[in-house]
Unconditional design. Structure first.
Length: 114
């Protein structure tokens, strides 16, 4: 298989991907919200920025975005791991991680109720 064959397969794969399968971009989200709510794109961008800033500051206490979910801090215990290159067993220290817990309403809206 030559270089040209690879390029042709890659181009065919791009064409075969169904339209609308890409995630929404920030600018698309801003445009959609501005249109639906009836405010300017600048106002929507400012609102999203402020929402993110408040979320970062409040995450230590738990920050809920109604209808979407909650940012929480979780303590991970120390554990043993394995170096994939050498197979050597290593100690992984305990640490704090940020997680986003999806709200039940969000799960039900996307996946449908059970």
């Amino acid at each position: 298989m030559g270089k040209g064959d690879h390029a042709m397969k890659k181009a065919a794969a791009k064409k075969a991907a169904p339209a609308g399968k890409k995630p929404m971009t920030k600018s698309q989200l801003v445009s959609l919200l501005a249109e639906k709510v009836g405010i300017t794109k600048k106002q929507v961008t400012d609102l999203l920025g402020e929402l993110a800033e408040v979320g970062y500051k409040e995450a230590k206490k738990g920050f809920t975005v109604p209808g979407f979910g909650k940012l929480v801090l979780v303590k991970r215990k120390a554990r043993k791991g394995r170096n994939p290159a050498t197979g050597e067993i290593i100690n992984i220290p305990a640490k704090m991680v940020v997680k986003f817990r999806i709200a039940k309403a969000c799960k039900d809206a996307i996946l449908g109720e059970k």
